[in-house]
Design a protein around this ligand. Structure first.
Ligand code: PEP
Ligand code: MG
Length: 883
């Protein structure tokens, strides 16, 4: 088997597309070499060799050693040196490099091949003993740390002592002889700590380093990183061995890093730093302040240290050319590493540069405008979920995080505020000008005002589709839900976490994009929608097939949705329109009504509210489709809980409080999510559906009159499992339409459809399509009922499932293609067969999840609907799905 791939002297055995085999670093070194760029010669041991190593009890393939020796010979030949040669020693760097860039693995050992003998050769050759011994001691430090597992603090200690003893401030004050002495101290210390000497044999050093790279693939940090980023263990890492070039050979030597464009703004300008007379790790280590590459950047930062452009103009000019060439070659912004040895430029790495979302947008749009990539490619280069960063304040990535708990990233964005434990406190403190975070075990409709007042919401129970999560997303407020490690004690007024206690008024920060809960205030970055954002979104709109609508009930949400480009409302949850304080009372009157008269009295109060709401929604969405769902209140969210609440409702209804308490108890359900909700309510009490239908029709007529644009409401019946349920409710809706029309209303165009959110509905979608003019997949309930997993209780065990490898992703976040997806496919097929051109959409939380949107495109839905703040994400994801 071929395990080793050489590069150097303008030739290479590998190429950029060999990433899987050679890792990103190795593949790009080979590519740069073939492009004729100055790359120190070297070779890459393939990731397959690593896989072989693990498959065979951590032993090397028998033919590996021979291949390494031969490749090393060749490197020496090109460099005019020999590994271990006492006169002209070849020194090498050893670096790991996997398919995906992966922090947590062993990174680099430099100057390998130095020992007590070769260091003298290096000193003689360079005429600089200080340089030679400085290189040697760096090698010992690095090698002992990453290969022998000796903490580098040991060496820092020695260094500090030696500096103090001589009264030096900085390392550069040591002479060659002094470094030689320090090397002696280092070696003695290693023997003392490890009971073995520092290896003098270059071959032993090399194999030690190769083994360390392979082993680092399995270290705890790398394993965790892979788990978090879905990187398979089977990939393995490659090892890059490359002839050393020295950036620390004096004032005409340097080392640096650069991006071909600014990675935080995207501006098209070479961006980077370098240090004169330094070796690779110095730039990153931050011991000395690096200098700007360009004179322009130096002037901007006001630095008095000269730029590379000034210090080493020829090398700089060569570098600029190479940077341009690499960017054009890879057709993307590159992240480069280089070293200048005595005026001569060497390229050590190129890779696609990491960037902020803001920069990613600008770079994609600029590159398309420059003709480097197509608009479609530009659209496909932006991670849809990353747009969140632009739409909400986010925690400054450089900020220190004091994490006190972890929950689900229920609604994106970050918020800081004083802890409060009730919605009343939230409102009160907000009224006094405070910013607050509402901390609850879970939230219910009574908390809406508190949620409004709060900057963010934190719950210790509940999943991604819990009340808190859904409502917060709708409001565009950050929310962390189900933070199970936090304990809230309402009575004591405290929240405890890992032995720390937080009281009302203590400041915390929540990060709804990661689920983190942090102590104190943390610096934030504010959202900024750049011109590139709207340009890219236009391109995305041109590329997508599916429409994107929003789940919205309030005028504010509807306006937000439109401003983010929603093309209508896909779900108006009417029960959410009664969450406000003054309205929840009327809603309770209706829910608790004992008789038809009582219910009608409550409905009569609700009708004008609903009508006014709908008129406003229709006006805001002028000309666009609006899907209004009939009431679907899980009863437990609406029943009064406290005595005071019961008394209040009793007074409003003019009934005895005791009787009302009894009624509340009668209505209590063991399993409200599967209880008297959805169309079941409309079948028990048709007058509720009739009131809503009337409100919709009257509002449609009124809005059409006001705006001059036709309004075609789509009335949606929830939780249908049987065609007969829909038929029953539809008959009532149609009857009201006729009535409103005959009462002198205008001609009303409307559609009646249903949610498909129960397995039975999917199985019988054909019959249901007999009455349904559209289907909207309610994947929250469909997931709940397909799995038989309560959407509110799921977090307590789904995380365990994920950790134990039972599931890969939370099915409430990303659609379960195999199970729920099969039901959707079936319903789509049956629905279409029964009704040609039936309109199909999705309105569960999955409608804003990029992976789920890809699935929706595959099955050919007409639209996705999601919370307003996810509309841009959905637009982009829909475009990528269509590409
Ligand atoms: C659903 O079940 O997917 C849905 C959109 O309805 P709700 O979340 O209101 O139950
Ligand atoms: Mg539902």
């Amino acid at each position: 088997t071929k395990w080793v791939y050489s590069f150097g002297d303008g030739k290479a055995e590998g190429r950029a597309s060999d990433r899987d085999l050679l890792g990103g670093k190795g593949a790009n070194l080979a590519e740069m070499c073939s492009l004729g760029l100055p790359v120190p010669p070297g070779f890459t041991i393939s990731a397959e060799a690593c896989a072989h190593y693990y498959a065979n009890g951590r032993t090397y393939a028998a033919d590996l050693e021979g291949q390494v020796d031969a490749a090393l010979e060749e490197v020496g030949r090109i460099a005019g040196r020999r590994f271990g040669d006492p006169q002209r020693p070849l020194l090498v760097s050893v670096r790991s490099g996997s398919r995906a860039s992966m922090p947590g693995m062993m990174d680099t050992v430099l100057n390998l091949g130095l020992n007590d003998e070769t260091v003298e050769a290096l000193a003689a050759e360079s005429g600089d003993a200080r340089f030679a011994y400085d290189s040697y001691r760096r090698f010992i430090q690095m090698y002992s740390d990453v290969v022998m597992g000796l903490d580098h603090d040991v060496f820092e200690e020695i260094l500090a002592e030696e500096k103090a003893r001589r009264g030096y401030d900085v390392d550069t004050e040591f002479s060659g002889d002094e470094w030689r002495e320090i090397v002696g101290l280092y070696k003695a210390r290693i023997r003392e700590e490890l009971g073995e000497p520092f290896p003098q044999d270059p071959n032993a050093q090399l194999w030690g380093a190769i083994g360390a790279v392979f082993s680092s693939w399995m270290n705890a940090r790398a394993v965790t990183y892979r788990r978090l980023h879905d990187i398979p263990e089977s990939w393995g890492t490659a090892v890059n061995v490359q002839a050393m070039v020295f950036g620390n050979m004096g004032e005409d030597s340097a080392t640096g890093v650069a991006f071909t464009r600014n990675p935080s703004t995207g501006e098209k300008r070479l961006y980077g730093e370098f240090l004169v007379n330094a070796q690779g790790e110095d730039v990153v280590a931050g011991i000395r302040t690096p200098q700007s590459l360009t004179e322009a950047a130096r002037l901007e930062t006001g630095s008095d240290k000269p730029s590379l452009e000034k210090v080493l103009p020829e090398a700089f000019a060569a570098f600029v050319k190479i940077a341009e060439k690499l960017e054009a070659h890879y057709r993307d912004m590159q992240d480069l590493e280089f070293t200048i040895e005595r005026g001569k430029l060497w390229m050590l790495q190129t890779r696609t540069g990491k960037r902020t979302t803001k920069a990613a947008l600008r770079i994609a749009v600029d590159m398309a405008d420059e003709g480097l990539i197509t608009r479609e490619e530009a659209v496909c280069r932006i991670e849809p979920a990353s747009l969140d960063q632009l739409l909400h304040p986010t925690i400054d990535p450089d900020a220190k995080r004091d994490v006190i708990g972890m929950g689900l990233p229920a609604s994106p964005g970050a918020a800081t505020g004083e802890v409060v434990f009730s919605s009343e406190e939230a409102e009160e403190m907000k009224a006094h000008g405070a910013s607050v975070i509402l901390v609850r075990v879970e939230t219910s409709p009574e908390d809406i005002h508190g949620m409004h007042a709060a900057e963010g919401i934190l719950t210790t129970r509940g999943g991604m589709t819990s009340h808190a999560a859904v409502v917060a997303r709708g409001m565009g407020k950050p929310c962390v839900s189900g933070a199970g490690t936090l304990r809230v004690d309402y009575r004591a007024g405290t929240m405890t976490s890992m032995g720390r206690t937080f009281k009302k008024g203590d400041v915390i920060t929540i990060d709804g994009s990661t689920g983190q809960v942090l102590a104190g205030a943390v610096p934030m970055l504010q959202p900024a929608l750049s011109g590139a954002f709207s340009t890219l979104m236009e391109w995305a709109d041109a590329a997508r097939r599916m429409k994107v609508r929003a789940n919205a009930e309030t005028p504010a949400d509807a306006r937000t949705a439109r401003s983010f480009g929603a093309e209508g409302i896909g779900l108006c949850r009417t029960e959410h329109m009664f969450f406000d304080d003054d309205r929840i009372l009327v809603m309770r009157e209706m829910v608790l009504a004992d008789t038809l008269e009582q219910r009608q009295a409550a409905l009569a109060k609700l009708l004008p509210m609903q009508r006014a709401d709908f008129i406003e929604l229709f006006e805001i969405m002028s000309g666009m489709p609006v899907t209004i769902r009939l009431l679907d209140p899980p009863l437990h969210e609406f029943l009064p809980k406290t005595e005071a609440e019961i008394a209040e409702v009793a007074a409003a209804m003019g009934v005895d409080a005791n009787r009302l308490r009894e009624r509340t108890e009668e209505l209590h359900e063991v399993n409200p999510m599967l209880g008297h909700r959805g169309c079941r309510l409309a079948i028990s009490y048709p007058e509720i559906a009739e009131m809503q239908a009337r409100a919709i029709f009257e509002a449609a007529a009124e809005a059409a009159r006001k705006t001059g644009a036709p309004v075609v409401p789509e009335i949606m019946v929830p939780l249908v499992g049987m065609a007969a349920e829909l038929d029953f409710v539809k008959a009532r809706i149609d009857a009201v339409a006729t009535e409103v029309l005959s009462a002198g209303g205008a001609e009303i165009d409307y559609m009646v459809g249903t949610m498909i959110e129960l397995p039975r509905a999917a199985l019988h979608a054909g019959e249901i399509a007999g009455s349904a003019e559209f289907f909207s997949f309610g994947t929250n309930d469909l997931t709940q009922t397909t799995f038989g997993i309560s959407r509110d209780d799921a977090p307590s065990f789904l995380e365990t499932y994920r950790k134990k490898g039972i599931i890969e992703k939370d099915p409430f976040v990303s659609i379960d293609v195999d199970g729920v997806g099969t039901l959707i496919r079936l319903a789509v097929e049956k629905g279409r067969a029964a009704r040609n051109g039936i309109k199909l959409g999705i309105c569960g939380e999955h409608g804003g999840d990029p992976d789920s949107i890809l699935f929706c495109e595959e099955v050919g839905l007409d639209y996705v609907s999601c919370s307003p703040f996810r509309v841009p994400i959905a637009r982009l994801a829909a475009a990528q799905a269509a590409c």
